[in-house]
Design a protein around this ligand. Structure first.
Ligand SMILES: NC(=O)c1ccc[n+]([C@@H]2O[C@H](COP(=O)([O-])OP(=O)(O)OC[C@H]3O[C@@H](n4cnc5c(N)ncnc54)[C@H](OP(=O)(O)O)[C@@H]3O)[C@@H](O)[C@H]2O)c1
Length: 242
């Protein structure tokens, strides 16, 4: 496919890295010069153009802009009716994106995570699952959602990642104060948590780690009794309210 990127920022760069060896012809906007040049130097499939040049050389256009800036940036540009647009903008609905790119077709909102650069990453999306699946589905897990409310709920819930990482970091620091190799301890905990959750549902894992009086049960109950579950639910409710 001929794929264009307008807004070659952090997440768009990760998106490009994830598909740059898949046989596409990719054009990225020149504005984010350091990112664009790094991508073009890394991959023969990536070239750099002005915003209008990106559109002119693409059948699928991916918007990696901040939603609040997108109106002013896209207004002077000319899209064509045959072009399909995927928006990465968390802050703009599919209808809002459609208004910005008419007469091109806004096909999907897609919210990737930085891991898309390497593949094996979840992708939240609304809209044309076939198009997103064609481009990203072989290397990643595309999670198609029904509507904006569902997308918003997923967006809130995915924020558990940072507190989960905080918890691993705190345990690693605790461990680090007691062992000879701090980095080795942190790496052990990361692999332990990631690999354990990959192979089982969270509830199945909790159940498997529920040996009466065992370390896992004791630490979990200690934290639950201190109210961490309620605090998490309260925080998610706050995110949902905006
Ligand atoms: N970061 C994530 O993990 C993530 C995940 C899912 C979705 N998103 C969404 O992706 C979008 C971008 O997020 P981000 O974190 O990647 O932010 P970012 O790094 O700031 O990317 C925005 C990019 O837009 C560029 N830009 C600004 N004005 C432009 C113009 N006139 N023409 C072309 N490009 C222009 C910026 O370039 P300059 O730096 O030169 O100003 C910047 O590279 C947001 O809407 C966000 O909601 C982000």
């Amino acid at each position: 496919m001929r794929i264009g990127i307008i807004g070659t920022g952090t997440i768009a760069s990760a998106v490009v890295r994830g598909i740059a060896n898949d046989g596409h012809q990719i054009t990225v906007s020149e504005r984010s010069a350091a990112n664009a040049q790094a991508l073009a130097a890394e991959f023969d499939s990536v070239s750099i153009a002005s915003n209008q040049g990106v559109i002119d050389q693409s059948d699928v256009v991916i918007l990696g802009l901040m939603a609040e800036a997108a109106g002013d940036i896209l207004a002077p540009l000319t899209f064509r009716a045959y072009q399909q647009v995927i928006s990465l903008m968390a802050g703009a609905s599919l209808d809002a994106a459609a208004a910005l790119v008419a007469p091109a077709q806004a096909r999907a909102i897609m919210l990737p995570f930085p891991g898309i650069a390497k593949g094996g990453s979840p992708i939240l999306m609304l809209g044309d699952e076939t198009l997103v699946g064609q481009i990203f589905g072989t290397r990643n897990q595309v999670i198609a959602l029904q509507d904006a409310a569902e997308l918003n709920a997923y967006l809130c819930a995915q924020a558990v990642l940072s507190p989960a990482a905080r918890m691993v970091s705190d345990a690693a620091n605790w461990l680090g104060a007691r062992v000879s190799d701090v980095a080795k301890g942190e790496a052990f905990l990361r692999v332990l948590v990631a690999s354990s959750l990959e192979g089982a549902t969270a509830d199945a894992l909790i159940s498997a780690l529920n040996t009466e009086g065992g370390y896992n049960q004791r630490l979990r109950l200690h934290m639950e009794n201190a109210g961490t579950g309620a605090i998490l639910a309260e925080g998610l409710d706050k995110l949902e309210r905006g």
